[in-house]
Design a protein around this ligand. Sequence first.
Ligand code: AMP
Length: 428
Amino acid sequence: MTTLKVVRGTRDLLPPETALWNRIEATARRVFARYNFGEIRTPIFEDTSLFARSVGEETDIVSKEMYTWEDRARAQSEKSQSLTLRPENTAGVVRAYIEHKLGESGQLQKLYYIGPQFRRERPQKGRYRQFWQIGAEVIGPPSAGSESPVRDTEILEMLATLLDELGVSGWTLELNSVGSSADRERYNQALREALVPVAPRMCADCQRRAATNPLRVLDCKVPEDQPIIATLPRIADFLGEDSKLHFAAVIAALDAAGVPYHLNPRLVRGLDYYTRTTFEFTHGGLGAQNALLGGGRYDGLSEAIGGPKAPGIGFAMGLDRLVLTLQAQEAERKTTPRADAYIAPLGENLNAAALALARELRRAGLTIELGDGSFRLKKSFEAAGKIARRIVILGEDELQSGILTVKDFASGVQLKVPRGELFAILAK
Ligand code: AMP
C-alpha cells in the first residue's frame, strides 16, 4: 500500500515549534486586549459568492486560488450551494457584522481573529496552501468615527507595538493611499489607457491584467517589466481632496507617535476592497515572500456585500511567516559572537597586562574573552572571530604607547584606539 502523506502545501506543526506558535498567539491576544479588541471566530467555509463580491472576481485569489465545491442538497427542502474554504477572513468578519447587525449598537466594532486560511498557490518558502492569519478589523457606522484617520494610525501603531513585543527586529512599514473608489476608478481608467501601447512588451500576466485589473500590473515582480511600470501614472496624482487630507492626517499622526514608515506609491495590494490607506509590513529576512502582514481601509466593503454603510480598516498577519522570521532571528543570535571583544596578547610576557585590561573592561560591564600569549596572531584572529565581535591586539608597542589596535569583524574596519577610549568603542 502506498503511504499517505500530508497534502502538498499543507504542514503538520509539531512540538517544540508549536510552543513558538502559542507564544505568538498569546502575545497578539494580550496586545489586542490592550487596544480593546475582542475575538471573533467565523466558519472556515462560506458561500462562494461572499468572496467573489468582496475580494473581487478578477483577483488571483478568486479567479484561480480558491478551494470551491458544490455542496449537494441532502433533502428536498435544501438547495445545493457553492461553498469555498475561506481564502482570507475580512469578508467573513464583515458578513458577520452585517448578519448580527453589529452596527446598530452605534459603536465601533473592534474584532480580531486567529485561524487557518486556504489558497491554492504554488507552495514555496513562506507560502502554503493552508496558512494561518492573525488579523483584526475596526468597523462601524460613520457616526462612530469609523472613517477617522485616528483608526488607521491606531492600527498601525498597534502593529508596530505587537512586532516589537514579539521581538521581530528589522521590519519596514510600507504605506500608500489608493484613494476612494471614485479616485481608483479614474486612476484605473488612466492606467488602462497608459497600458495599451506598452502592455504587449510586458509579461503574459501583465498583458492579461492590463485588460482585466490594471492595478495589479503594479504588483508585477518580473524584472524586465519594472522600467515600464516606473513610467505608468501614479495613484498619488489621482487622489481627491478628501483622500489627500485623510492620508496627510495618518502620516502626521504616525510622525507624532514615532512610528517609522516608508511611502510606497506602488503598493496597491491584491484585494479589490481596499480604499484609501493601504499598508504592508515587510521583513528582509523572508526572501521573495517578504510581506509579514498586509492591510488597509475598506470603506465600501459592507455595502458591496449588501450591508449598511460601515467603513472599516484591518490587517492580516501571516503567522507562518512570523514563525519563520523569529526562528531565523533566533538561529542568527545563536551563531553571532556574543563577546564584545577578544583581547589578544602578542606574547606570553603580555598575559598579565592582557588580564589587567580584561579586568578593567569587564568591571565596566563588557563581555570580554581573554586570549593566550602563546597563540600566533593568525590563531588569535581565528579564535576571536568565533566568539567575539572584535579583537583587541596587545603587543609590546601597544603596551608602551597606550594605543591599541582594534578590529571589528562585521565591518572589517581596523582602528588605533587610545586606551582611555577603548571602553567607549567596545561598548557601541
Ligand atoms: P493577504 O490576505 O494576501 O493580504 O495576506 C496577508 C498576509 O497573510 C501576508 O502578508 C502573508 O503574511 C500571509 N499570507 C498570505 N498568503 C499566504 C500563503 N499562501 N502562505 C503563507 N502566508 C500567507
